[in-house]
Design a protein around this ligand. Structure first.
Ligand code: ACO
Length: 383
């Protein structure tokens, strides 16, 4: 007789799929998309190239990339009724909630009678979702402060066009490149909470908009993508960058068993390789725009944390330095996680396509902890 599988909280270490999208070696700090090191992709490729790689399994030729980029650029704009939906939302609402809502309604506006079983429909949904998410984020950024959204441009790259749609100013080369690298670095990360959510929803044969809307909801939480927003707020509560002040602050938090945001990872037991690259991007931005006091605090916190909890494998994750980069690029703090979403959508969709190639609906089991076989007492007789 086979033994019942053991219950593992958070499904830690339990394989949930067979996948060829992303490989992580948490002990070595290794991250690869489709077998290519993330560091090399960040150095040599654009977000469009990486999205092509994730969705279709191979790096594109120049002709394939031009065709793909043109398709994405053509699909950037939103139906005006989706903008109307955004205009009905409370301006105090969080941009991640606006994004979830907009993506869910996209499924109604772009349904076109097709079905997810059709690979051509799946491909079209993938192109549309990657193309339109930045437009939604930029539109909501403007609508909530009373401005009209800015139409996307087709002559700019994905990252540059996103920055352009925020304020109507074409970004300089450095800002566009840094945004592009940040998008590349966040595009995929194997079976994390939001990717798992996306695969579970996709496995029911729900449409890709529903799958991505559910993934955005999952990404929003502070233990996952939402951490990048909280990191900056947290760093601001540290009085100064002196070793004594930072140490005292960290020791207090740890003594209270509070999590220090931007540290720790289910898979990495060393510094997340993406954190190193993002730190480098922050430094290159400072060379042009001047440094920020928060950065010195962050560097000192990394140093103190290494001493305090480094032996437990708790090190900076991707979210630790990303907020510092985004703030320097002029993004609002609550737009950091939406930026994560406009990148990670490529990874979610790669997993969705993989899931649907060989689908079986997710339906795990549970360990029953309740009382069984109870008898209902009619309400009139209950004490
Ligand atoms: N600060 C302090 N202690 C920590 C931290 C942290 N950031 N992360 C883990 N630990 C400690 C825990 O307290 C626990 O200690 P214990 O064994 O003495 O009780 C141990 O390390 C294991 O931590 P878990 O929370 O059980 O690890 P898990 O793998 O479940 O969680 C997670 C990983 C959620 C990322 C966790 O490290 C965390 O909450 N980090 C802060 C939030 C964050 O930065 N999230 C972004 C992650 S990257 C991403 O999703 C894009």
């Amino acid at each position: 007789m086979s033994e019942k599988p053991e219950y593992v909280p958070g499904l830690a270490g339990i394989p949930a799929a067979r996948s060829s999208v992303c490989l992580i070696d948490g002990a070595a700090g290794k991250l690869q998309y489709r077998g290519y090191p993330a560091e090399q992709l960040a150095e040599h490729c654009t977000f469009e190239e990486v999205t092509y790689l994730l969705l279709f399994g191979e790096l594109p030729t120049r002709a394939q990339l031009e065709g793909f980029s043109a398709e994405l650029a053509r699909e950037r704009s939103l139906k005006f009724r989706i903008i109307d939906v955004l205009k009905q939302l409370p301006e105090s609402g969080h941009p991640m909630d606006a994004l979830t809502a907009a993506v869910a309604v996209m499924g109604m506006f772009y349904a076109e009678g097709d079905h997810v079983a059709d690979p051509a429909f799946r491909r079209l949904c993938a192109i549309r979702l990657v193309a339109k998410l930045p437009t939604v984020v930029a539109a909501w950024h403007r609508i909530r402060r009373g401005d009209n959204p800015i139409e996307p441009r087709t002559d700019l790259g994905h990252a540059a066009n996103f920055l352009y749609m925020l304020e109507g100013e074409e970004p300089d080369e450095l800002a566009a490149r840094i945004m592009d690298v940040a998008l590349v670095l966040h595009a995929e990360h194997s079976m994390n909470a939001s990717t798992f959510t996306c695969r579970v929803t996709a496995s029911t044969l729900a449409d890709p908009y529903a799958a991505v809307a559910s993934a955005i909801g999952s990404l929003a939480g502070p233990l996952h993508g939402g951490a990048n927003e909280v990191v900056l707020q947290m760093l601001r509560t540290i009085p100064d960058a002196s070793p004594e002040a930072v140490r005292r602050w960290a020791e207090d938090k740890l003594a209270r068993k509070e999590k220090i945001m931007g540290f720790g990872h289910r898979v990495y037991k060393v510094k997340d390789p993406r954190a190193d690259i993002l730190q480098g991007l922050a430094v290159s931005l400072f060379e042009k725009l001047g440094t920020t006091p928060i950065y010195s605090i962050a560097v000192e916190l990394e140093r103190q944390m290494k001493d305090l909890v480094g032996h437990k494998g708790i090190a900076p994750n991707v979210d630790f330095y990303s907020g510092i980069v985004y703030e320097k690029l002029g993004l609002d703090t609550d737009n950091f996680t939406p930026v994560f979403a406009i990148s990670r959508v490529s990874g979610w969709l790669a997993h969705l396509l993989e899931q649907l190639e060989d689908n079986r609906i997710y339906r795990p089991s549970q360990v029953w902890t309740g009382t069984a076989d109870r008898t209902v007492v009619p309400i009139a007789d209950r004490g």
